[in-house]
Structures are given as structure tokens and as C-alpha cells.
Design a binder for this molecule. Structure first.
Ligand code: 6AU
Length: 278
């Protein structure tokens, strides 16, 4: 059966990339396909949220460059929490430059992303060299590292449509050792294939942003769908939730955040259980 009809557990046993295996195993162990997007600007709020949601997530998604008081201790503490609470770390860096530049952006600078983020993402717009550039750093580390390509975006009027998405999938198929999947709104198995192409081993993870239970969008083009639409109907594997869980006010209410995380975890898992056959 197609990957999305199989359990995360079965897929974990077969996947060739160590970061994908670790994520699938974690999802199975915690019964969670929830990634929380911690889009806040102070390290206090950042860790208050992570500590509140940690039991309910398989993945914490960061934008470390929006933290006003970032310091190297942030990523040390984040890695410690990742081990303690069993979740992976995804830095949502959206690389989009030539291979040489993205390799430097991934490995160096203030953030040294490759040293702590299990997963990063990239826009396919520069072509395959963005993958080989990032892989030249990530694949050399003896660590769990993987890349997601942004094949579809969640925003109104996004240009990630038609042949752009098809080419993104083609690029990923050429680099299945490092590209573990897509940021997308649907599964990609059927995309760009002729009847004779052989992709029996293909298991790309689909991580879907733009998920909300109470809202249909924001004032800046974001569009939300429910976990049922995203996971059961469109076959995505991980739901990425930011403001639906962390709220939009100034003050973080840890109890409320916890309650919402639990609610999305349950919704995401029930949507997954309705989908799998093996
Ligand atoms: O749930 P929200 O709307 O508060 O946050 C969604 C998060 C944000 C975006 O930067 C990110 O998901 N995102 C992405 C990613 C993950 O790459 C792609 C996209 O198409 N839409 C989107 O919202 O941190």
C-alpha cells in the first residue's frame, strides 16, 4: 500500500533516512503527529511554550532568527529538552539561495543550524544545487539530518503550483537520501509520474502548515484547514500548528497552551487512525 495507508511504525522500520526514521518512531511512541511552531520573540516565551507542549508533540518548529534575546545557550537547552521529552527539532529556515551560500547559512553564522536542527526546509526555486549544497553539510554529520522541500505553500495566491510543484517532486526523487519529504498541502506520490516510473521505495513525509480548528485564516494571507481535511482527506503526515496553540495575545498562558496542544494532538491522531489500513 501507499505510504499514507501504512502506520508510522511500519514506515519507520523501512525508511532509509535516519532523521525520518527518528521522527516516525517518535510519532508512533507518543501517538502524536503534531508539530508546534514556536513563533515568539523572547526566549522566555519560547521555553515556556516548549515546556508546556513537549509531552504532546513529535516535533518543535523554530524560527530562531525572530528571538530578540537569542544566545548560544538557547539551542543547547532546546537540544536537552528534545532528548528529555523525545521530540525532534525543525528549524524553519526556508533556504533559497545558491548551493555555496546555503551550505554556509546552514553550517555557520550565529546559529550554526546544522549542529542542532534535525530537519530544515528549502525553497526549490534555485534548482537541485540547493539540495546538494545543503547535503554537503548535513550528510557529512554523523547525526540524524533531513531536508524538506517547500512544494506547496499555505498562503493565498502562492506561486507553488502546477509545474513548480512537479519539478520540486522530481528534484526530491533524485536526492532521496537527504530529502525526507515536503512542506505541502497534499501527498505527492502521483505527481509527475508516467505509468512506467518506478517509485516503489518512495516514502516522502508530508508536513502541512496552515492548520487550525477555530479559524479559517489570518489578515495576512494565511489559510487554515482542519486536521481531518489535512491528514484524513489529503494524506499529510504531520500537522504544523502555531497560533492555534500558542495564541495571538501578548502573554503566554501555559495552561491554555497545554490544553490546546492536547486538543490538536488528539485531533491529529484521530485523523491519522481513520486513514491507515496497515
Ligand atoms: O499556524 P500559524 O499560521 O501560526 O503558523 C504557521 C507556521 C509559520 C510559517 O512560517 C510556517 O508555518 N509555514 C510554512 C513552513 C512551515 O514552511 C510554509 C507555508 O506554506 N506556510 C506556513 O505557514 O511559522
Amino acid at each position: 500500500p501507499a505510504p499514507h495507508l501504512q502506520s508510522y511504525k511500519n514506515r519507520a522500520a523501512k525508511h532509509s533516512n535516519p532523521a525520518a526514521r527518528a521522527l516516525l518512531r517518535c510519532m508512533e511512541a507518543k501517538k502524536s503527529n503534531l508539530a508546534v511552531s514556536v513563533d515568539v520573540t523572547t526566549t522566555k516565551d519560547f521555553f515556556d511554550i516548549i515546556e508546556a507542549v513537549a509531552p504532546y508533540v513529535c516535533l518543535i518548529k523554530t524560527h530562531v532568527d525572530i528571538l530578540e534575546d537569542w544566545n548560544p545557550g538557547v539551542t543547547t537547552r532546546l537540544q536537552h529538552l528534545s532528548r528529555e521529552h523525545n521530540f525532534l527539532i525543525f528549524e524553519d529556515r526556508k533556504f533559497a539561495d545558491i548551493g555555496n551560500t546555503v551550505a554556509l547559512q546552514y553550517s555557520s553564522g550565529l546559529y550554526k543550524i546544522s549542529s542542532w536542527a534535525h530537519i530544515v526546509n528549502a525553497h526549490p526555486v534555485p534548482g537541485p544545487s540547493i539540495i546538494t549544497g545543503l547535503a554537503s553539510v548535513g550528510m557529512k554529520l554523523q547525526e540524524e539530518r533531513g531536508l524538506l522541500l517547500l512544494a506547496e505553500m499555505s498562503t493565498k495566491g502562492a506561486l507553488t503550483i502546477g509545474s513548480y510543484t512537479v519539478e520540486a517532486v522530481r528534484m526530491a526523487r533524485e536526492h532521496r537520501d537527504f530529502v525526507i519529504g515536503f512542506i505541502a498541502q497534499h501527498r505527492m506520490e502521483s505527481i509527475g509520474l508516467s505509468g512506467t516510473d518506478d517509485v516503489v521505495d518512495e516514502d516522502f513525509l508530508i508536513l502541512a502548515p496552515g492548520v487550525g480548528l477555530d479559524s479559517k485564516g489570518d489578515a495576512m494571507g494565511q489559510q487554515y484547514r482542519t486536521p481531518t481535511e489535512v491528514v484524513t482527506q489529503c494524506g499529510c503526515d504531520v500537522i504544523i500548528v502555531g497560533r492555534g496553540i500558542i495564541g495571538i495575545g501578548r502573554d503566554i498562558d501555559a495552561e491554555k497552551v497545554k490544553e490546546q496542544a492536547r486538543r490538536y494532538q488528539t485531533a491529529g491522531w484521530e485523523a491519522y487512525e481513520k486513514r491507515i489500513v496497515t
